[in-house]
Structure formats: structure tokens, C-alpha cells
Design a protein around this ligand. Structure first.
Ligand code: UDP
Ligand code: MG
Length: 322
């Protein structure tokens, strides 16, 4: 059986030595597995690539896909999945927040029939704004979609060959990996573990970027925000209609119409103006994403491969070596 472990790497020089050691240990514990680690360097500016190449010299089971710049963790993961030619492919963060020691459990779950195995942490150690943000995002995502991604899962998990093939066939650029992994279906299972603090360095995703990711995830999966706007529009304009009819009748029946409150008018105008701006903004969110998709740009660009055959990359023609 062939096992591949895909790890996105962005400036993880402090974590790489320990990561490689623990990955090798964990994969070695999987019985009867011929394993391979695929490090996807997502445009690191530190010594990450050198460390990976060095590791590869010591043990050629470590391979490298280097992207031409920083594309973000989801494109990096997609690049790794496109290069993984294995029966089961594990995806894992490179900051040791996802303990490699769980990999044998994921494989055991796969062997007992799971095709999409999610590793879920029992406890979450994020603090402050990040914690609140993560919670709010998962709530919003769950409310707006017909399925919800469990709040305690990240990218850590395993996909079997069939699931990987289907994942690679998805053409979209806005790649919310946990959502897509759910969307493809198949036999889903969950394996639990305890999540740790990132071993070294600050999180590579700024809060701003996380917010961006969260919006991407919601807008690329749900049309409900658009529907909500329509509903709000219908409710507000019906109310306006009723109020209008009421005043017209009052006047026709000869009742005295008090000079209608300036306050009322200002409030209504401001409120409706606000709703309209929100609605236009929402349309813009979708429009921008449609623009991203129709541009048909590749999801990522590979600069160099070590120990891996050129793959049919997402959104790219098969790469022909010069
Ligand atoms: N990462 C990446 N590209 C980026 C940012 C992060 O490949 O632009 C990698 C990073 O090296 C790590 C994983 O994605 O292996 C998760 O990153 P991080 O720990 O910053 O994210 P979080 O734990 O907040 O999800
Ligand atoms: Mg992390």
C-alpha cells in the first residue's frame, strides 16, 4: 500500500526538522506502507526549501513541490494532492499543530472502510479573537449551508485514491478545502485527537487573511446571503407599500394629514439606502468570485519538483519537461 503525506510549508524552518522526524516515525508505524512525504513550499522566504532538500538527501522519501510564489495554504494543498500518487493521502499542517502521531489512526480508519477521514481535535487552544472568529465562522457556515464542517476540524485528514481523484477534478479557484472535502461525499469518518499549540513561530495566517478565507469559504459555498437580501427587500418594500396605502386613504377620506415626520422620512431613506448598499456589496462578492473563475488562471504555478513526476495540475495543461 502506498501512503502519501501532503504538507503545505510557508516559512516553517523552525518546525521542519522536528516535523520530518515525527512524520517519518509516524509513517514508519503504519504497517505494510510504502510512504512518501510531499512538502509543498508555498513561496517561503526562509530556509525551508534548503531544509527540505537537505532532508531529501538523507531520505529520498521526502519530496518537494516548490511553488513560484506564495499562493496560500489551499492552493498549496491542492498542488500537493495533484502530485500524490498513492492509495491514501494524508493532509496535515506543517506547524505541528496537527500531531503526526495520529496518522496511523487515520490509516486504520481508512483500512476499515473510511474514504474521507477527518481528524477532529477534542480541544481547541486558540485564544482571543482567533477563537471567537473561528467559532463565529463555523456557526455562520453551518447556518448558511445545508451541511456544516465540524468546528473542530482543519485540514488534517486522509483521502483515499478515489476521493483524491475527484478532488483533483474540481475546477474552481476559490478552494475552501474542508468544504470541498465534504462536498465530494463518499464514506466519511472522524478520528479524534488533542490539538496542540503551534511548535514554533507565529501563525502564518494573519487575522486579516483568516477573515478573507472565511468570506471565501462562505461565498463559494452558499447562495443564502443573496436569498436573505431578496427576502429583506420583499419584507421592507411590503411594509413601505402598506404604510403608503394607509396615508393615501387617510388623505382621500379627508382626515387631516399631519405634516409627516421629517424623522420618519430620514430614517426610512437612510435605512433603505443602507440595505441597498449591503445588497450591492453582496452581489459584488459573488461577482468578484465569478471573475476569478472565468479568468481561468491556474490555481498555482510550480517552480520546481524534486522526486515527483509532473502531474496534471489543477487548471493547467500537463507539464512537459523541457
Ligand atoms: N501555509 C501555507 N501558505 C500560507 C500560509 C500558511 O502553505 O500562505 C501553511 C503553513 O506553513 C502551515 C499551514 O499552512 O503548514 C497552516 O498555517 P497556519 O498555522 O498559519 O494556519 P492555522 O493554524 O491558523 O490554520
Ligand atoms: Mg497553525
Amino acid at each position: 500500500m502506498k501512503l502519501a503525506v501532503v504538507v503545505p510549508i510557508y516559512n516553517e524552518e523552525d518546525n521542519l526538522p522536528e516535523l520530518s522526524r515525527r512524520l517519518a516515525d509516524a509513517c514508519g508505524k503504519v504497517e505494510g506502507a510504502e510512504w512518501q512525504v510531499i512538502y509543498v513550499d508555498d513561496g517561503s522566504a526562509d530556509k525551508s526549501v534548503e531544509l527540505i532538500v537537505e532532508q531529501r538527501r538523507a531520505d529520498p522519501r521526502f519530496t518537494l513541490v516548490q511553488l513560484s510564489r506564495n499562493f496560500g495554504p489551499y492552493p498549496a494543498l491542492s498542488a500537493g494532492l495533484a502530485h500524490a500518487d498513492a492509495d491514501a493521502v494524508v493532509t496535515i499542517d506543517g506547524d505541528l499543530q496537527d500531531p503526526p502521531e495520529v496518522i496511523p489512526d487515520l490509516v486504520a480508519c481508512w483500512r476499515s472502510g473510511g474514504q474521507v477521514v477527518l481528524a477532529a481535535r477534542r480541544s481547541r487552544r486558540d485564544r482571543g479573537l482567533r477563537r471567537i472568529g473561528t467559532w463565529a465562522f463555523h456557526r455562520a457556515f453551518g447556518l448558511l449551508n445545508d451541511f456544516s464542517v465540524p468546528a473542530n476540524t482543519g485540514i488534517f485528514g486522509l483521502l483515499d485514491r478515489q476521493a483524491v481523484e475527484e478532488f483533483n477534478r474540481l475546477p474552481e479557484r476559490n478552494r475552501y478545502v474542508p468544504g470541498l472535502r465534504y462536498w465530494i461525499g463518499f464514506d466519511r469518518r472522524v478520528v479524534y485527537y488533542d490539538r496542540l499549540d503551534r511548535a514554533h513561530g507565529a501563525p502564518k495566517q494573519s487575522l486579516r487573511r483568516l477573515v478573507h478565507l472565511a468570506l471565501d469559504s462562505i461565498f463559494s459555498f452558499s447562495y443564502k446571503p443573496l436569498k436573505l437580501m431578496t427576502v429583506a427587500g420583499v419584507v421592507i418594500s411590503s411594509a413601505g407599500f402598506v404604510i403608503g396605502v394607509w396615508y393615501i386613504f387617510k388623505r382621500l377620506l379627508g382626515y387631516e394629514t399631519a405634516p409627516l415626520g421629517f424623522t420618519t422620512l430620514v430614517t426610512l431613506v437612510a435605512f433603505l439606502g443602507g440595505i441597498q448598499l449591503i445588497a450591492i456589496g453582496l452581489l459584488g462578492q459573488y461577482l468578484g468570485r465569478i471573475y476569478d473563475e472565468v479568468k481561468q488562471r491556474p490555481l498555482y504555478i510550480v517552480r520546481r519538483r524534486e522526486g515527483l513526476a509532473p502531474s496534471h495540475d489543477v487548471g493547467q495543461e500537463p507539464h512537459v519537461a523541457p
